[in-house]
Every structure is written in structure tokens, then in C-alpha cells.
Design a protein around this ligand. Structure first.
Ligand code: ADP
Ligand code: ZN
Length: 721
């Protein structure tokens, strides 16, 4: 091979051709640096004949600059990049960037400089320096990372470096990870667990593609069970990827993993330090990292020798990425397993309707764990009809729930209240003039956060201090909070039970692995009586003393334009209910609702999962919704309202008229303004027979959008804002 075609990591450029420099060796998948004008670009040598490009005269070709010393991307990974770009209508370059996501991983140096306190004191103390020195006790990292930890500017830290108060340390980047021992501590499995584990172990040994749905009730021990095929893969010298939906879950997972394998797995998520990121990337690419536990982005790493993928809590919507390449890690993991020729396990107590459909139709192998481990009983579920049991005015907890909490407090047991709303109140208004506090950048109310005394937009991150007086009418002390968030529910509990220890659990309070670990430790030490939390607490947690779960507002998720609302409500409530009674004491779940007759609420009350899935399946079949048909969403946005509206109208005029693809819109998106961009939306519903992606691509290709327009294509969307 003397001439190569590169997939360059720049979506604005197409594939580019180069020749090899003297003595240079490359193969398909090699990562290379190539000259481009006065600069260079990074690219991946692609398989001959698979990338359309412009044929350039051989004499005009420039030579590659260098080959980056990392293992070439494997053929299965290259196929995955192609498939993902094609399926999600995303540029190949954007997908490839996710693979090479660790900036530092490609470069040469093997050590890097980190900083830590030296123990000295500065000549002059300032409040910021005091803050920094206190916050950095025991910390080590780059200046940038330390500035994030301490909450002071990098300049302040550099000042301290100059004074010798902070000292540089050279650290080796690629230290090996401690090995996991597959036989470190083998638990005794139940009969059901053994049956499932055996099937999965055999699938790992078979080294061939097989998708599994591990459908096990909450507390059935899915983790212990899938640890067996993980152990088998380790014995075979192959790598395992375990995808988890949320960083708050990793702590729990890590300690269980260590109990089982005697060493921690390699982690991959967005809050890794850059050195850890590089170290993990390299170990993964070279094959020395055995088990990798990570967020969805870990799916695109260049595993040298992957033998098994597990997607835990596979129904979780956080596996769907909603910016950049809009992919669903659950679905892409099945494709990766297919290209790699390995088994993949989707584990959940409340599988996505799509996954269950695949299992019931035989495309996936279904494995069931129908009962809780160790004889623990599933909790008893009761509805609290809020139209009959009315909470006191300005309060949200009805008498049965209050009595339930009281009984737990007296018995020294724990309660969990679930409300999927961060902050204190979702809306603030002026009692005098009716002014509502809205985000200037988004079509959204500002949410009051009393713990941090801020009004915040949950969409663009804008934060302001709540004003003393109404900005509209000038009246002082007239702002009222409308509706509840978790902080307000926590206040209500504290007012009812002043002696109770109440803790708010949301991404605001548990946003880092350290904080999540601290929270878990506190719950386990019984230092918390009542947890008030968002969907974060619906996942994976195992608290043995928790015997009451209260769902504050089961109707909340059913409002709005979410086409998966019923399924999502079912999953959330069933998952949070699954946190109750996991130890020896039985659990109770109280669901507050104004619509006890709604199908999904009734199914929850009856514990009749099959009834819910059957009803929802029929509804989806009638609507041509997934898995029977497909959805896509196209959003055109611009900072200029008129430009967005006109471009959307023009695109609408050229829409294809097909029998099997229905295109609705354009209409202003539900979030008509988001981060200062005006948004117009097309909703597409296609039959399974249609080639949806090709239709959309051909349609969009007819347009020359103005430079201010951004076009977002979302295949199999989960967010309908
Ligand atoms: P799930 O993920 O299915 O909700 P978990 O994996 O969290 O359930 O298991 C529930 C609890 O039971 C955990 O504390 C787990 O450690 C324990 N457990 C499950 N299986 C076993 C086993 N075979 N031996 C010992 N403990 C087990
Ligand atoms: Zn906003």
C-alpha cells in the first residue's frame, strides 16, 4: 500500500488521500498525522474502497507526516464507526472522534506534571489563597483540575506555584492496573442465578455474537449473576465492558466488584482526570485493562480483545446521547457485539419495550430471574388517591404517606420519597403582578434552588440570585414559590418531623463519585432517616434498612409531549419501588396519584407488569411507534427566529411524499427557544419497511442552509423537547 485514504477527524473535510513517506508502514486502522495546508490533521487509514473520495493525481499527493504509536483500530471497530455514522445520520469524523476521545492518549510523553501542596506557606495570605490551600489538602492534579477542585482561578494557583506552596510532581502515565482475580471470592449462587450464569459463561466461551436480555426483578442479584461470565472472560484473557447509566452508581458497583474480584475495574467517565483518561485509553487499546466500567462513551473505545459487553440498567435513557452524535449506547452495544462476534447482555428489571419485543420474538435470548435473592419479598404497592386524600394546603404529602414515614421513624427504619424534580420549586412568581421568572435564553421557567439560593435554568445552566423585589413591578418580598421540588418536600418532612435526619439526593448533591460514595456510606450507617430524591435514586441502590418508598407525584411524567411517557413512568416508579424491602424486613410502596384509573398506574398498583407491557405494546402497534415503526426528529435552529422559521418552511416545501414515511411539521419545538436558539421541529414516523436514513439524507441534501442554521437529526429519539 503506497497510497492511503484517510478518515480525518474534522467533520468539515471529506476523506483525503495521501502517500506514504519513505520507509513508513501503515495498515487499515493506523492513526496518522497528515499535513493539511500549513497545518496538520489527525486521521485514520481506512480500508481501501470503503470511503468515497475525490481521485487525486498521484503526483499531487502529499506524504503522511507520522504514524501515531498506538495500536491500529481493529476492523470490527472500523465497521462500528461506519454503522454508527450511517444509522444516526452523523459525520464519520464525529464518530471517529469519540474513539480517539482521549486527547492525551495519542501523544508521546510517558510522564506528566501534576501539582500538590508542598506544605509551605505563602508570604502573603489572601482569602483566595486560604480557600485554595484548604481545598487542596490531599489533592493532586493538573493546575486546571486543581482550579476546578478549589474553586479559584488558575492564576491564583500559578501564584502559589511561584511561591513554592504548590509543587510539581512528575507522574508516570501508563502504570499497569492491578489484575482482577476471577476466583477471588465466588459467592454461592441461587439455582436461578446458576442457570442464568451457566448460559452466559457458555456464550463467552463460544466466542460468537449472541444478544441476551437479562430480565430480573429488582433485588434478584443480576450483578452477582453476570459477574460469572465476566470471570470467565478474565480467565480467557479477554476484556469486558460493563456500561452503567450513571456515575452515581459506579461507587456501589466498584465495591461489589472488588469484593468479587479483589481489585477495582478500570473506570471510564467524563470526570476522569486527563492522566487517568490517557492511562485507561492506552491500557484498553493494548489489552492490559481487563474489565472496564464506564458511561456510554466507553462503548467507542478501541478494545484490543473484547470478549463480553454488559449493559446494566439497560432501560435507562441516559444511554441515549442527545448532542453531537445522537446515539443510543444500548443499541450500539448490540451492534458492537455483532461486529466483534461476542455476547452482549442487556440487564434490567424494567426492560425497554423494544428490548422485550426483541426477546419475545426470539431475536434476543431471554434469561429470567423471577424472584429476589435470599428470600426477600417484593414490596407491597398501594395507591394514595390524592383526589380523596388531599394534602394540607401548600403541602404535598397526604396522610397515609405521612403516617408511613412516622411508623418508619419509630421503628428506626428508612424511607425514600421520590419526586423527579430538582430544586425547591419549579416556578416562582410575583404575588403582586403575576410576573413569572423565565429563562431569557430558553422557553423554560427558572427553578428555585434554596440550598444554593439560586434561580437556575435546567436547560442552559443560567443561574441568578433571587431578587429582593419583583423586577417587573418593583414590589418587595412578594415572590412566591409554586409547586414542589425535592428540596421543598425535604422541608415539609423536616417541619413534620423535626427530629428526622433528612437528605436530598439529586445530581446537585451527588454529582461526583466521591459525594455519591459519602451518601451511600451515610445511608448504610443509618445516619439518614428520610431520603428525598430524583430519578438518581431509582437506580441500582441497595439499602437493606429502607422499608418505605413514597412516590410523591406519579402523574408528573405523564404530562407533556413525551411519546414514551407511559413506559418511562412505569419504569421509574417500578425501579424506585424496587428499592424498598431489599433486606429481611418487608417493604411498602405508596404511590400518590390523581389518576388511579390510568392504565400505567393501575398496572403498577397490581404489580402486573405483563398487563402494562401488553397494553403499551398494542398502543404502540396502533400508532406505528417503535418497535413496530420508527421515529426520527429533525430540529432546525438559529439565533435568528425568522431565519429558523423560513429555513424550516423551505425544507418543509421540499419534503418527500412517500407511503411509508410520514413527515409532520415544521412546528415550533416544545422548547421553542433553547440556549438562545430558536427551534423548529419535524417529527418523522416511518414504517419498518422504509429506508428512513436514506430518505432523510436525500431530503436534507437538497437544501443549502444559511450558515447560522444548525440541523440536528435524531434517529430513535428519546427527548421530545
Ligand atoms: P439487582 O441488580 O437484580 O436489583 P443486586 O445485584 O443488587 O440485584 O442484588 C441484590 C442484593 O443481593 C445485593 O446486595 C447482592 O449483593 C445480593 N446478592 C445477590 N446474589 C447474591 C449471591 N448469590 N450471594 C450473595 N449475595 C447476593
Ligand atoms: Zn435557559
Amino acid at each position: 500500500m503506497n497510497r492511503v485514504r484517510l478518515l480525518v477527524l474534522n467533520a468539515a473535510l471529506g476523506p483525503l488521500d495521501y502517500k506514504l513517506a519513505e520507509g513508513m508502514r501503515v495498515e487499515a486502522g493506523s492513526v496518522v498525522v497528515a499535513p493539511l495546508g500549513p497545518r496538520t490533521v489527525t486521521g485514520i487509514v481506512w480500508d481501501e474502497g470503503r470511503l468515497p473520495g475525490v481521485e487525486v493525481d498521484a503526483k499531487k499527493l502529499r506524504a503522511l507526516r507520522e504514524v501515531v504509536p498506538v495500536p491500529p483500530l481493529s476492523a470490527p471497530l472500523r465497521r462500528l464507526i461506519e454503522w454508527t455514522a450511517d444509522y444516526y445520520c452523523a459525520p464519520l469524523a464525529s464518530v471517529a472522534r469519540m474513539v480517539l476521545s482521549s486527547g492525551g492518549a495519542l501523544g508521546g510523553p510517558t510522564t506528566m506534571t501534576e501539582y500538590r501542596l508542598s506544605g509551605g506557606t505563602p508570604e502573603r495570605m489572601t482569602p483566595q489563597r486560604i480557600t485554595a490551600i484548604e481545598a487542596l489538602e490531599g489533592e493532586q492534579g493538573t493546575i486546571r483540575e486543581l482550579s476546578g477542585i478549589a474553586g479559584v482561578s488558575e492564576g491564583v494557583l500559578r501564584g502559589l506555584v511561584n511561591q513554592g506552596v504548590i509543587e510539581p510532581v512528575e507522574v508516570a502515565i501508563d502504570r499497569p492496573y492491578p489484575p482482577a482475580d476471577p476466583d477471588y471470592h465466588q459467592p454461592a449462587l441461587s439455582e436461578d442465578q446458576m442457570r442464568v450464569a451457566k448460559t452466559l459463561v457458555e456464550a463467552v466461551e463460544a466466542r460468537s455474537f449472541e444478544p441476551f436480555l437479562l430480565d430480573g426483578v429488582t433485588g434478584s442479584g443480576k450483578t452477582e449473576t453476570y459477574f460469572e461470565p465476566v470471570a470467565e472472560a478474565i480467565r480467557m484473557g479477554r476484556q469486558v465492558l460493563v456500561l452503567l447509566p450513571e456515575i452515581a452508581l459506579t461507587e456501589n458497583f466498584l465495591s461489589r466488584f472488588e469484593d468479587r474480584f479483589g481489585a477495582a475495574p478500570v473506570q471510564w467517565h467524563s470526570s476522569l482526570k486527563s492522566t487517568e483518561r490517557r492511562r485507561a485509553w492506552r491500557a484498553i487499546a493494548e489489552g492490559s485493562a481487563q474489565v472496564i466500567v464506564g458511561a456510554r462513551s466507553a462503548l467507542f473505545l478501541p478494545y484490543a480483545n473484547l470478549g463480553l459487553i454488559v449493559v446494566d440498567e439497560a432501560h435507562e435513557i441516559s444511554f441515549k446521547q442527545d448532542d453531537g452524535v445522537r446515539y443510543n449506547a444500548r443499541d450500539v452495544s448490540v451492534m458492537r457485539a455483532r461486529f466483534e462476534g461476542i455476547p452482549v447482555v442487556l440487564a434490567s428489571a424494567t426492560p425497554a419495550l423494544e428490548s422485550l419485543h426483541m426477546a419475545n420474538s426470539g431475536t434476543y435470548t431471554k434469561l429470567e430471574l423471577p424472584s429476589r435473592f435470599g428470600g426477600a419479598q417484593l414490596p407491597e404497592i398501594k395507591l394514595v388517591d390524592l383526589t380523596i386524600e388531599k394534602p394540607a394546603s401548600g403541602q404535598w404529602l397526604a396522610a397515609p404517606l405521612i403516617e408511613g414515614i412516622e411508623a418508619r421513624l419509630e421503628a428506626g427504619e428508612q424511607s425514600l420519597l421520590f419526586l423527579n424534580r430538582r430544586g425547591y420549586a419549579p416556578l416562582t412568581l410575583c404575588r403582586n403582578c403575576g410576573h413569572r421568572f423565565q429563562c431569557p435564553n430558553c422557553s423554560a421557567w427558572l427553578v428555585e434552588h434554596r440550598l444554593s439560593s439560586r434561580l437556575a435554568c435546567h436547560h442552559c445552566g443560567l443561574e441568578t440570585r433571587p431578587p429582593q423585589a419583583c423586577p417587573e413591578c418593583g414590589e418587595a418580598d412578594c415572590l412566591v414559590a409554586c409547586g414542589p421540588g425535592v428540596e421543598r418536600i425535604a422541608d415539609e418532612v423536616a417541619a413534620l418531623f423535626p427530629e428526622a435526619r433528612v437528605s436530598v439526593a439529586t445530581s446537585d448533591t451527588l454529582g461526583t463519585p466521591e459525594r455519591a460514595a459519602e451518601f451511600l456510606a451515610q445511608v448504610q450507617a443509618k445516619a439518614i432517616d428520610v431520603i428525598v430524591g430524583t430519578q438518581l435514586v431509582t437506580k441500582g441502590f441497595h439499602f437493606t434498612e429502607l422499608t418505605l418508598v413514597g412516590v410523591v407525584d406519579a402523574d408528573l411524567g405523564l404530562e407533556g409531549g413525551d411519546l414514551r411517557a407511559a413506559e418511562r413512568t412505569y419504569q421509574q416508579v417500578a425501579q424506585v419501588a424496587g428499592r424498598a424491602g431489599r433486606g429481611s424486613k418487608p417493604g411498602e410502596v405508596l404511590i400518590q396519584t390523581r389518576h388511579p384509573e390510568a392504565a400505567v398506574i393501575a398496572a403498577l398498583a397490581d404489580g402486573d407488569r405483563d398487563a402494562f407491557y401488553e397494553a403499551e405494546t398494542e398502543a404502540r402497534r396502533d400508532a406505528g411507534a417503535p418497535p413496530f415503526g420508527r421515529w426520527a426528529q429533525i430540529i432546525l435552529s438559529s439565533e435568528d427566529e425568522r431565519e429558523a422559521r423560513q429555513s424550516a418552511a423551505r425544507l418543509g416545501d421540499t419534503r418527500p411524499h412517500l407511503d411509508d414515511v410520514m413527515i409532520l411539521g415544521p412546528a415550533p419545538a416544545p422548547m421553542a427557544l433553547l440556549r438562545n436558539r430558536y427551534r423548529y421541529r419535524f417529527l418523522v414516523n416511518a414504517r419498518r419497511s422504509a429506508n428512513l436514513q436514506a430518505t432523510l439524507r436525500d431530503w436534507l441534501d437538497t437544501q443549502d442552509f444559511p450558515p447560522g442554521i444548525r440541523v440536528g437529526v435524531d434517529i430513535d429519539p428519546y427527548s421530545f423537547v
